[in-house]
Design a protein around this ligand. Structure first.
Ligand code: ZN
Length: 514
């Protein structure tokens, strides 16, 4: 068995995809879960890209202890030094720097000759090594680069001190056999390749990311990069949970160990989906809602006789055991606190108190509180940023009848502390609420996407609303889970607006290092 390092880039490559906009608390929460999940390296962001990213990377580097934390930097001095300021508190400071190596990128994007690109790469790695003990260098668009040029530039960056070489399929162009062959070629031709880690990074434009990543592992890769649920630019990155489960189920074939704590899979996947607002398709491998559902009679019959007839992965393996009743109306503060700790939440007394109040309120109207419900309540408190003044919904009232015009009235506290009452109409109840809220927030709002789903089963299940909108042309995701979907929709809308206020607050506060 040899070790494969899992490098998670949910917070960098994943977060930079369209419509995702995580705040610092949410990023930290995801990083903590990734640490629990057992990833070797967490790419927390791109520190020089914005003060918000800088702050999040720094907080994560200062907090996470069991995973290496890294950040992205271009080849320039400012990027590398800003990254050092953000990452120096980490247990093993690690930098990820890159430059494009394909003819099309070198000519059109960089406007540089191959020799100039080698020079820049070497300089950046040398500079990075002055600060960082671990430096990963990536050949952007490697799969469309000349492979002998790749060998030359990699030889030089290893000499300059790079400790990991990443060979990304940036545009999702490679096929498994080609990508595997490239890894084999590099292992056979690069000087000193055995002294560094060799990393794969695949995108799913042709639906080949998982196959390509596994092909790289078969041909010498010792690290693989990807995201939870496969989120990322365009068609996304490789889904790390698929790689981890494939290496586990077929360890007879791959003979590798990823160090991933598989029973944290479901929780990690749900957290990322919830906080990013990116839904998981029902038939998604490993974490989809239907990944373990057997509908056909022949399958069900076989399953009853012996589950192994049709089931190669068990729900237990990925921590998806059936959610039984955990707490009820009469559960006290102590039982609630214990349960929260068992679930891995570490909340301050104040946040725990607020979560308990929300729990009691829910228990009044919902008979059984499941682990899924608690997860929603506790996560909401965990990522709550109470020190920023935001909009708070006090009440929403909707008048709806099939033959009259739906009208909504909202009472809410504004960031200035005043309570306002506004009302408006719409073609339907939800539209009436959204029109009313647009008056309240006093800006231009466009709804891009809006979804409502249930958190757990049963007619009294919590309804969760997720909304993607633009507020004064800035994209934002909002979400809320409440007993009633109209209330959840109103709160999700304000949540999306509030996230922009919180982000602006952090950007004012954080000193920019460059
Ligand atoms: Zn990428």
């Amino acid at each position: 068995m040899h070790k494969i390092d899992i490098f998670d880039t949910t917070l960098r490559d994943g977060e930079q995809s369209a419509g995702i906009n995580l705040n610092t608390q949410e990023k930290l929460e995801i990083a903590r879960q990734l640490e629990k999940y057992g990833v070797s390296i967490i790419e927390a962001g791109f520190p020089a890209s914005s003060p918000g990213d800088f702050e999040a990377v720094k907080l994560i580097a200062d907090t996470v202890k069991n995973s290496v934390v890294t950040g992205l930097a271009r080849t320039n001095k400012d990027d590398i030094e800003t990254a050092w300021e953000a990452l120096k508190g980490g247990v093993q400071p690690h930098l990820h720097t890159f430059i494009a190596t394909s003819p099309i990128h070198m000519q059109t994007k960089l406007n540089k000759t191959p020799e100039q690109v080698i020079e820049l790469a070497v300089e950046s790695v040398k500079l990075a090594r002055k600060y960082f003990p671990l430096v990963q260098w990536s050949a952007e668009d490697a799969t469309r680069s000349d492979k002998d040029f790749l060998v030359r530039i990699i030889n030089e960056v290893i000499k300059a001190g790079a400790t990991t070489i990443n060979v990304p399929d940036t545009v999702g162009y490679a096929t498994p056999i080609e990508y595997g062959a490239l890894f084999k070629y590099l292992t056979e031709n690069v000087n000193g390749i055995e002294r560094v880690k060799l990393s794969a990074h695949c995108h799913d434009d042709l639906g080949l990311a998982t196959a390509n990543t596994l092909a790289a592992i078969e041909n010498g890769a010792t690290q693989v990069e990807g995201t939870i649920n496969g989120i990322g630019e365009r068609a996304g990155n490789v889904a790390l949970e698929e790689i981890a489960v494939a290496l586990h189920i077929r360890k007879d074939y791959y003979q590798t160990d990823s160090g991933i704590v598989l029973k944290e899979t479901k929780r990690t996947s749900q957290l990322v989906s919830k906080l990013t607002g990116v839904a998981i398709q029902p038939n998604k491998a490993v974490v989809g809602k239907n990944a373990f559902a057997h509908e056909s009679g022949i399958h069900q019959d076989g399953m009853l006789k012996n589950p192994e007839t049709y089931e190669i992965i068990t729900p237990e393996l990925i921590g998806d055991a059936s959610t039984e009743l955990v707490l009820g109306k009469h559960s006290g503060r102590h039982a609630f606190t214990n349960r929260a700790e068992e679930m891995g939440f570490h909340l301050s007394d104040e946040k725990l108190k607020a979560a308990f109040v929300a729990f009691k309120k829910l228990a009044d109207s919902k008979k059984e509180i499941t682990e899924d419900d608690l997860f929603v309540l506790l996560t909401d408190q965990q990522v709550n940023t109470p020190e920023v003044d935001v909009y708070e919904l006090e009440s929403v009232q909707v008048q709806y009848g099939t033959s009259n015009i739906p009208t909504a009235t909202v009472q809410a506290k504004t960031p200035s502390g005043q309570v306002e009452v506004v009302s408006s109409t719409g073609a339907g109840s939800v539209e009436a609420i959204f029109n009313t809220l647009e008056k309240l927030v006093n800006g231009e709002v466009h709804i891009i996407d809006y979804r409502v789903s249930s958190v757990s089963k049963g007619r009294d299940a919590l309804g969760e609303a997720i909304i993607n909108l633009t507020f004064n042309d800035v994209v934002s995701v909002g979400r809320n889970a409440s007993q009633d979907v109209l209330e959840a929709s109103a709160k999700a809308y304000l949540n999306a607006i509030n996230r922009q206020l919180i982000k602006a607050h952090y950007q004012e506060r954080v000193p920019v290092t460059q």
